[in-house]
Design a protein around this ligand. Structure first.
Ligand code: PLP
Length: 382
């Protein structure tokens, strides 16, 4: 067996779509204490929020509003704050995160309708236009940038243009794409975009954030369904005193500042996206060379997480495959699809081409150990 792979801190490599492998320096930033109302922390927090708006190309038009919690807290805060109580949301669904937005609307009492497409098919912008023309009561549209369920890249610019042309407002879930795939606010009109600390910015989990158009945020009074998820109140408090209304995840925010410095040093979105694109290419080519098939054609694949069809060989057992890779220091992800039996391998986080090559070698070894020779797609059960 090849030597167990490890991160800079000796941990297993997370080939998952976040939480992901972070650098040693990001983790090291957390070994201190800060007072949440002390100026040192207030300054760090302000720099973090400003840097996020800069990464989005949104400094002039938008502000970053942090939300304590995971990414879903930010998505729920975005929907609850921006969609008025008598508004209506069109949700573009081609995976679990579009479905989650439906669930949020159901729980918080917002009217919604969906445009659904299969998990391997992006929503068609012309269908969005047609629905918006036919239903004038729709006030907002919700789109997922990279639908992490499959790894598909949705056509966010074309969707944004269709929404703007119809005079409606766009809310974007860019959770697994922000920081690695371009979405420039000057070019892609949106009222709000949600993401989090622990995806392509390569921070640790614990902070969601919503990049909010200033002119839209001021109109949200009376909309929110929850005190803690009120983006305008959160923003107003931070503007007034620099302080959070409720205890912030201080260590997460300090680590995020270090992660953002490393993001800048890597060349920002282009640099980070370039490394992930190369990781994705190495992984896909290597897996195809072993006979595996990807769910998506290359032109729909985002360089974030790749879905592979489960091999047809009866000797292939996912649990054993997972455990044997974990023993070798590589943690992968089960599939989340309804259309096909699959598993997923992420290519984001503090990983490079060498890690991908190592993972491929480990996969080859494990297949050999299991006696798997037929790696083509398993036929769907009749
Ligand atoms: C596109 C997308 N939206 C939302 C989420 C939810 O984020 P969290 O699990 O941090 O709540 C995820 C998580 O992977 C995601 O990929």
């Amino acid at each position: 067996m090849t030597e167990r792979a490890a991160s800079e801190t000796g941990d297993a490599l997370l080939l998952t779509p976040g939480p992901l492998t972070t650098s040693k320096s990001v983790k090291a930033a957390m070994v201190h204490d800060w007072g949440s109302r002390d100026q040192a922390f207030i300054d760090i927090n302000r720099r973090v929020l400003e840097s996020i708006a800069q990464i989005a190309g949104a400094s002039k038009t938008h502000v970053t509003v942090p939300v304590q919690g995971s990414g879903t807290f930010a998505v729920e805060a975005m929907i609850g704050s921006f969609v008025p109580r008598d508004g209506k949301l069109l949700i573009l669904v081609n995976g679990a995160y579009g479905e989650r937005a439906m669930k949020i609307c159901e729980v918080i009492g917002r009217a919604c309708i969906t445009l659904e497409s299969p998990e391997d098919t992006p929503p068609a912008p012309e269908d969005v236009s047609a629905i918006l023309t036919a239903d004038p009561s729709i006030t907002h549209v919700f789109a997922v940038h990279c639908e992490t369920t499959s790894g598909i890249l949705n056509p966010i610019k074309e969707i944004a243009d269709a929404v703007a042309a119809a005079g409606r407002r766009l809310l974007v879930d860019s959770m697994s794409a922000f920081g690695a795939l371009p979405i420039d606010a000057a070019d892609v009109p949106y009222d709000a975009l949600a993401a989090s600390s622990n995806k392509c910015l390569e921070g640790v989990p614990g902070l969601g954030f919503v990049i909010c158009r200033k002119t839209a945020l001021v109109e949200t009074d009376g909309n929110p369904h929850a005190l803690v998820l009120d983006l305008k109140a959160q923003h107003d408090a931070l503007e007034k005193s620099g302080q959070y209304r409720f205890t912030p995840p201080i260590h997460v925010i300090v680590a995020l500042e270090q992660a953002i410095t490393e993001h800048e040093d890597e060349g920002g979105v282009a640099g980070r996206g370039g490394r992930y694109t190369n990781n994705c290419k190495v992984l896909v080519e290597g897996m195809r060379a072993m006979g595996f098939e990807t769910l998506l054609p290359d032109e729909l694949q985002a360089p974030i997480i790749i879905t592979f069809h489960m091999p047809e060989d009866p000797a292939f057992e996912f649990k054993r495959f997972y455990d044997s890779l974990a023993e070798r220091g590589y943690l992968i992800y089960p599939g989340k699809l309804t259309v096909a039996d699959s598993f997923r391998i992420g290519c984001i986080g503090r990983l490079d081409e060498n890690h991908m090559q190592g993972a491929l070698q480990a996969i080859a070894e494990v297949l050999n150990e299991m006696g798997v020779t037929q790696t083509g797609p398993r036929k769907a059960a009749a």
